[in-house]
Design a protein around this ligand. Structure first.
Ligand code: ATP
Length: 362
């Protein structure tokens, strides 16, 4: 397995930029998800890595070997020479071949001797739980089993990195959950460097060591799932990843080493922050406490049962907050709220707000 590096990687289609200078390193054996809205450039980054496209700017390398460099077109390494495995959404299996034969196919093409081929196919089937289905045709398998054949076929070639392009998009919800576990187990057992494209955030957060959140051809934040959730760097990431609300801050000042005091929604609120230069708050459901002593008044606009708790939509001071409640609330009912350490950040598009002077001496 090997480290995958993007340096200033750009791609333009007919003058329209799809990727704008991607700089990122995916560690050897790391599982990284590319997450973002439709058209943000996820598939383009995967296709450049696979070698189906050439970059218009920058370079990419795998295990220290340059695979493409826009300034040196002759350095371009073709897809067959890259030693990268790819798993597509549409499994791309040979319908007339058995499971075992489909998995063996990349080794047949490479003229690997039969005895070694059989050993490697048996190992790949064992890792993906396909041993009992070795002699079936793809048409006799479920969607999840077919996707595991595609995974085993990619694994058998012993690639340095594995690219997965929305591999679960065609499966129903229950099967997706089971396959997520299969992918996680596959990753634990093989230690493969994996780049996984999805626009399903729960899938990205559940599976990946780190998630690159993309928008308009740029990586906006590249962090562990729990960091993306609890410390988003801008309004886009705060709104795109996880549930909750993003609200404007009018003033801010230091409180102590870890906390700042901000003015938002007509209240002074203690918030977590990287520093006093902030412009917005990200308020997650667990930051909202429903308590009779709370300083904020809110009207219930919606109440949905989500299994184990109710998800409440709450209108306050022109903002919509999301809260979780153990008990049902009636739409139209008024509740009192307190906010517990929401995250404050400075949005890339916004100037930092004015200082809250008295807070600095609190
Ligand atoms: N071959 C192409 N020719 C012209 N434009 C392209 C081509 N491939 C991609 N694009 C454009 O590049 C941008 C990024 O597309 P890309 O497919 O990488 O997005 P994506 O994030 O994978 O989206 P989705 O989630 O919908 O698959 C889009 O504006 C798209 O229209």
């Amino acid at each position: 397995m090997a480290e995958l590096t993007f340096s200033g990687l750009s791609k333009t289609f007919n003058g329209a930029p799809a990727l704008r200078g991607i700089d990122a390193t995916i560690g050897s054996g790391e599982f990284v998800a590319l997450l973002g809205p439709s058209g943000c450039g996820k598939t383009t980054l995967l296709r450049l890595t696979a070698g189906f496209e050439a970059p218009t700017g920058g370079s990419l390398s795998l295990g220290g070997r340059v695979l493409a460099d826009a300034t040196r077109p002759r350095a371009f390494v073709t897809p067959e020479e890259r030693n990268i495995g790819i798993v597509f959404q549409s499994y791309a299996l040979w319908p007339h071949m058995s499971v075992a034969r489909n998995i063996a196919y990349p080794l047949e093409v490479r003229k690997v001797p039969r005895a070694e081929r059989e050993l490697r196919v048996a190992a790949a089937m064992a890792v993906t739980g396909l041993t009992p289905y070795a002699h079936r045709a793809p048409a006799e398998l479920s969607g999840g089993q077919r996707q595991r054949v595609a995974l085993a076929r990619c694994l058998v070639a012993d690639p340095q990195a594995v690219l997965l392009d929305e591999p679960l998009a065609n499966l129903d919800l229950a099967l997706r959950a089971a396959m997520q576990e299969a992918f996680a187990a596959f990753h634990r057992r093989t230690g493969a460097t994996m780049l996984y494209v999805t626009h399903d955030q729960s899938e990205a957060l559940a599976l990946a060591d780190r998630v690159a959140v993309m928008k308009e051809g740029v990586i906006r934040q590249f962090d562990a799932p729990e960091v993306l959730y609890s410390r988003p760097c801008d309004s886009f990431v705060a709104g795109f990843v996880g549930d909750g609300a993003v609200v404007c801050v009018s003033r801010a000042g230091l409180f102590n080493a870890d906390m700042i005091r901000v003015e938002a929604m007509g209240q002074q609120i203690l918030a977590r922050a990287a520093g006093p230069q902030v412009s917005h708050l990200c308020i997650r459901p667990e930051d909202v406490q429903i308590t009779p002593e709370g300083p904020i008044s809110a009207r219930v606009s919606s109440c949905t049962y989500t299994g184990g708790a109710f998800r409440l939509g709450l209108e306050t001071e022109g903002e919509t907050l999301i809260a979780r409640s153990a008990t049902r609330a009636r739409p139209g009912e008024t509740l009192r709220l307190a906010l517990r350490s929401p995250w404050a950040f400075r949005d890339t598009q916004s100037p930092a707000v004015l200082p809250l002077r008295e807070a600095q001496h609190a």
